[in-house]
Design a protein. Structure first.
Ligand SMILES: *Cc1c(COP(=O)(O)O)cnc(C)c1O
Length: 419
């Protein structure tokens, strides 16, 4: 295929895409910009602006009365709304805090629920903040974090996890979709590995929800956390979500206790009385402005449907890898994501020795925005609600051009900074 054939094909794929229309629900201040970082910060839904103005108006007109008119209920109301996207039931999900803080809460709760067991098992594909949180939680009980190493830098097979999990393990905690390689663990089989050893299972769904199929209920998973600001387009720093399987809720304590997790916060009692249900995993006053803003993106994702999003995402990552094989592998890239779409999320990492400079050149010269992940990955995030096949084709062409013309050399001294 030559370039014009590739662009033709991309246009045909866009024409046949049932989700193509959703793209226009998101702000696009610059039509030329090809945004391939929706897995890091999802684009802003146009409606988010009116919704946030509405929240400001509630503050202006209702003042403290806003708490009686929906603010207090919002963490659980929005959790129930998100629930079907992850195979959860009403009452199993709440919005609160950041993903990292939620990990501290749920991992701490799991360790308390398994007295005598002080090990937590994770893998080295997990997000560093998760590993730091787990490390800190196990240190608190004098335990040990076991980090299973990936053999190929991309995947971790269940057998390697199973070999690390035993009767000393209180908890297995993993990212469902790995932030760098995009590898997707088998939710059900890995949960079984944990359960067979009597351990609890905690999933981080940050890079999955809104793009990758997740059914916590069918997998029998115990606990989960995840971001709302990635594929869900909840907004920068919007509260994360947490999931606790219904049957477990009464037997788990929130180790980060606070008044919003109490049965009667406005009784101002000094005696702890955790709320029944998922509410006990809340801590303090939620950030209402960003919490209510999540609903704009959430409504769009629900309307599009998790299955349709996954189908498109798989087609798009296939298309990108096919083009990468043809145009980018011959000039020094390697595909650093799994080639089997069923174990791959919605981003594709392409490794190159000059990845950082290439990433910077793409942004500065081509308005193509992927991101760089150390040491040598250019990561292309394909958000099925907003990315078109045409953009994928043009991004590959821009990447080829940056390398062939060696224009990236001007960015060789780039420092990593915030990426
Ligand atoms: C993005 C991401 C986070 C971010 O956590 P914050 O607490 O929101 O900063 C955590 N874990 C994973 C797996 C992520 O992809």
């Amino acid at each position: 295929m030559n370039l014009s054939q590739v662009l033709e094909r991309a246009k045909a794929l866009d024409a046949a895409d049932p989700l193509a229309g959703f793209r226009h629900r998101f702000a696009a201040p610059d039509e030329e910009c090809i945004y391939l970082d929706g897995n890091s910060l999802g684009k802003m839904p146009v409606r988010a602006m009116a919704l946030t103005m509405d929240t400001l108006d509630q503050w202006a007109t209702q003042m403290v009365g806003g708490w009686k008119n929906g603010w207090y209920e919002a963490p659980l109301r929005l959790g129930d709304k998100l629930a079907p996207l992850i195979g959860a039931q009403p009452g199993e999900v709440a919005m609160s805090d950041s993903t990292t803080v939620n990990l501290h809460k749920l991992a701490g709760a799991a360790l308390r629920a398994r007295p005598g067991r002080t090990r937590v098992v994770t893998d080295d594909l997990n997000f560093p903040s998760d590993v730091l949180a787990l490390q800190s939680v196990v240190e608190g009980v004098g335990g040990e974090l076991v980090v299973v190493r990936s053999r190929d830098g991309m995947t971790v097979p269940e057998d390697d996890l199973a070999a690390a999990v035993d009767e000393r393990t209180a908890l297995v905690s993993l990212s469902h979709t790995a932030f760098k390689s995009g590898f997707v663990h088998d939710l059900k089989r890995v949960t079984q590995v944990a359960h067979q050893a009597g351990a609890l299972m905690l999933w981080d769904l940050s890079h999955s929800v809104g793009a990758v199929h997740v059914d916590l209920g069918a997998a029998g998973a115990d606990l989960a956390v995840g971001c709302t600001y990635k594929y869900l387009s909840g907004g920068p720093g919007a509260p994360a979500f947490l999931y606790v399987r219904a049957e477990l809720q009464a037997s788990l304590d929130n180790p980060v206790a606070g008044w919003f997790g109490q049965a009667h916060p406005f009784a101002f009692s000094l005696e702890p009385e955790p709320a029944a249900g998922i509410r006990r995993f809340l801590v303090g006053t939620p950030p209402i402005l960003s919490l209510l803003g999540i609903e704009a993106g959430l409504d769009i994702v629900l309307e599009a449907g998790a299955q349709a999003l996954r189908t498109k995402s798989m087609l798009q990552t296939e298309f990108l890898i096919e083009l990468a094989d043809q145009f980018l592998v011959p000039i020094g890239f390697t595909v650093a994501s799994p080639r089997d779409a069923t174990v791959r999320g919605s981003h594709v990492s392409l490794a190159h020795p000059h990845a950082l400079a290439i990433d910077r050149a793409l942004i500065a010269e081509h308005q193509v925005i992927p991101d760089f992940r150390t040491p040598d990955n250019v990561r292309f995030g394909l958000a099925p609600l907003t990315t078109s096949f045409d953009e994928i084709a043009r991004a590959v062409e821009a990447t080829r051009s940056v390398v062939e013309t060696r224009s990236f050399e001007a960015y060789e001294g780039a420092v990593e900074g915030v990426t």
